[in-house]
Structures are given as structure tokens and as C-alpha cells.
Ligand binder design. Structure first.
Ligand SMILES: Nc1ncnc2c1ncn2[C@@H]1O[C@H](COP(=O)(O)OP(=O)(O)OP(=O)(O)O)[C@@H](O)[C@H]1O
Ligand SMILES: [Mg+2]
Length: 266
């Protein structure tokens, strides 16, 4: 499952890390891969400082399994590198390595979450398209919705478009998320034939930004606050459409074939 957005800063990493924790609490084996190559930050949100990151994988220095880092809150993390310019210029060979690593991780977990980079770069698009389900995270404002539509257009053009679910974050009044979905859903259906599925809205909450380094994520410290409950509601909405958020019997051949097809069009 990929957490994606057109515009940056819509809340993908916040949502991906807290969803990973919520799924772990439901008894799932969860691996979160930070695919925001070069600008990764999921490790900070999950309170770990991994020795190894995807940079080491791309350099051929370590096998995929060596990247799996346990976190204090349950999910295992594969960290992306941060502040490393070369990670912003990945080529097909690197993406092949990543695809092979994702297959390995998928064998050993129930849910594989990808915290993707914002935007339409080839490396962002391939990671998003590698997923079976895309959680498109937007904010209700016009700039974020416009960029969300740009990403939907790119995804809808693919021969095998993924299922796109919409989560509207930083909503200041109840109902704004649904209203944003109605508008975006209508335009996507009409102009690119993409049927969006609405997952729900998450409130604007100053506690999200006030988290300091070393503090546990809100799903851990405040599991019953409105935003933590809205993440659980979002996962409950997604679950019946995504195989109960359980492992597929044979994920690896499907992923391998799909990844190879994606890279042929790189
Ligand atoms: N519901 C919310 N209420 C208040 N602040 C929020 C909320 N969700 C996210 N934020 C804040 O918005 C900022 C961006 O969040 P986050 O890093 O999760 O976005 P992102 O989509 O992963 O960004 P990027 O595209 O740079 O990877 C952070 O400072 C975060 O604390
Ligand atoms: Mg992020």
C-alpha cells in the first residue's frame, strides 16, 4: 500500500507511520519502507536512527534483510537515506534492486507500506505504481487538490492502474474532506475515467506538529484522540477493499512481474 501525494507536505509520512502502528496493534506484521529517497524522515517519526538505509542497498553493500530495523512501536522500518543527493537520481538498475528488495520484505509481513515521495518524478511514480492500493493523501485546499488530480491523471494512464483511495488530511471543519472528495472524484471520473474511493478525513490538530524528536507518535501516546481514531476509521474503511489488510498467498511473483513491466516503460 503506497501513501502518495501530488503536492508535498500533505501528511503522508505522518499518516503512514501512524497507520503502521495501528495495524501492528491489530496483530499484523507490518513493514514500512521509506521511499522518499534522499529526503526520508519516517525513522524520526518512529524514534529510530538506523545504521543502514536504502542507500546501502543501492550501493550493493548489504542484502535487503539487513535493512529491516525494529522500532519501539512494533512495525519494522526500512529507512531511506536523508540528505544524500545521489538518491534523487536513481536509475533503472537501482529501481530493479528496490523491486527485488520489496519482494523479499513482502514475503515476511502481512502489510507492506510505502511512504512515497510527493510529485510525478519517475522514481516516485514507479514506487506508487508498484503498490496494489494507493492512499492518495491530500489537503482540502485548491493547490493540494490540483496536484492530487495531476497524480491521478498519471496513474490512470497506466495499463494496469492501481486502486486509488483518497484521504483528506488537515480538515478544519467536519465534512470538508467529503466535499473535497466529491469534487475531485467527479473530475477524475469524467476526464480520466478513474473511480476514486473515499477513505475519510483527518482533522487539523496542532498536536501533530508539536511532536518533538524522541516523543512517541500520537497513535501511541494518544490512541483515543480524534486524529488517532480517524486513522483507525480510515483503515477500517480500507480493509474490506484490500484483502482484509492481510498477506496475499503469493505476493512475490505478482510484484516481480508488475515491477518488471513498470521498469520497461521507465
Ligand atoms: N492533521 C494534521 N494536523 C496538523 N499538522 C499536520 C497534520 N498532518 C500533518 N501535519 C504536519 O504537516 C507537516 C507535513 O507532514 P508530513 O511530513 O507527514 O507530510 P508528507 O506528505 O510526508 O511531506 P513530504 O511530501 O515532504 O514527504 C508536518 O509538519 C506535520 O507535522
Ligand atoms: Mg514524507
Amino acid at each position: 500500500m503506497a501513501f502518495a501525494s501530488g503536492k508535498g507536505g500533505t501528511g503522508k509520512s505522518f499518516l503512514a507511520t501512524n497507520a503502521a502502528i495501528a495495524l501492528h496493534r491489530q496483530g499484523k506484521r507490518v513493514v514500512l519502507v521509506d521511499c522518499d529517497f534522499g529526503l526520508a524522515n519516517a525513522h524520526l517519526l518512529l524514534g529510530v536512527m538506523p545504521q543502514r538505509t536504502l542507500q546501502h542497498l543501492f550501493e550493493g553493500a548489504v542484502p535487503a534483510e539487513a535493512l529491516l530495523t525494529p522500532t519501539p512501536f512494533g512495525p519494522r522500518l526500512v529507512a531511506g537515506g536523508s540528505g544524500i543527493a545521489s538518491l534523487c537520481e536513481l536509475d533503472v538498475r537501482h529501481m530493479q534492486m528496490l523491486g527485488a528488495a520489496l519482494q523479499r520484505f513482502a514475503l515476511d509481513c502481512d502489510v507492506l507500506l510505502l511512504d512515497c515521495a510527493a510529485g510525478l518524478s519517475p522514481q516516485a511514480l514507479v514506487t506508487v505504481l508498484g503498490a496494489q492500493h494507493v492512499v492518495l493523501v491530500t489537503n482540502p485546499e485548491i493547490a493540494a487538490l490540483t496536484d492530487a488530480y495531476a497524480l491521478i491523471k498519471c496513474l490512470a494512464r497506466q495499463p494496469e492502474p492501481p486502486v486509488v483511495h483518497l484521504a483528506v488530511n488537515r480538515v478544519t471543519q467536519p465534512g470538508l474532506g467529503r466535499a473535497a472528495f466529491e469534487r475531485l472524484g467527479q473530475v477524475s471520473r469524467r476526464f480520466v475515467g478513474c473511480e476514486l474511493h473515499y477513505l475519510g478525513e483527518l482533522p487539523e490538530d496542532s498536536a501533530v506538529m508539536q511532536r518533538r524528536l524522541g516523543q512517541p507518535p500520537l497513535s501511541v501516546s494518544h490512541p483515543t484522540c480524534p486524529i488517532s481514531l480517524s486513522i483507525e476509521a480510515l483503515l477500517a474503511e480500507l480493509s474490506p477493499l484490500a484483502n482484509g489488510l492481510s498477506a496475499h498467498p503469493q505476493p512475490q511473483p505478482r510484484l516481480a512481474t508488475k515491477w518488471a513491466q513498470l521498469l520497461r516503460r521507465w
